[in-house]
Design a protein. Sequence first.
Length: 177
Amino acid sequence: MTTRTIILNGGSSSGKSGIVRCLQAVLPDPWLAFGCDAFVDALPARMRASDDGIVFAADGGVSVGGDFRELEAAWTQGVVATVRAGARVVVDDVFLGGAASQARWRDALGDLPALWVGVRCDSEVAAGRETARGDRVPGMAAAQAEAVHRGVRYDLEVDTTRAESLACARAIAAHLR
């Protein structure tokens, strides 16, 4: 079975979104992009800063509650249904739970093959990007830089500390062939 799912995991401001855009440009077939930022943006406002939803702490920590997990599971199943319907999908995610987050995706994917890509970036570089973006809680990039990779198994890892998004996308595309 041909791989129709690429899952990128990396901390905030590690460069995942840029890689996704470049992948869509360099891959010969069309690939849809689904990202955790869009999922969080789709949540009702009342779920932000709610123990049952998602809380962004002042120090950059992120915690999620039961309602968040329930909607996240539905969103994940929706992404997988899109793949089962024939689309190619690139997922941009942040595995806050490390290996447990990957296990949720593996369970949802079932028999569908996926290319698992770790997107690494030195915490200082990611923190600089976070500051330049201005739309993240300060400290989030540093807090997530290594934590999101704990216990996660990858088919490929890229590092955006010094490599451009396009070079990373080309390495991922080459791995698919």
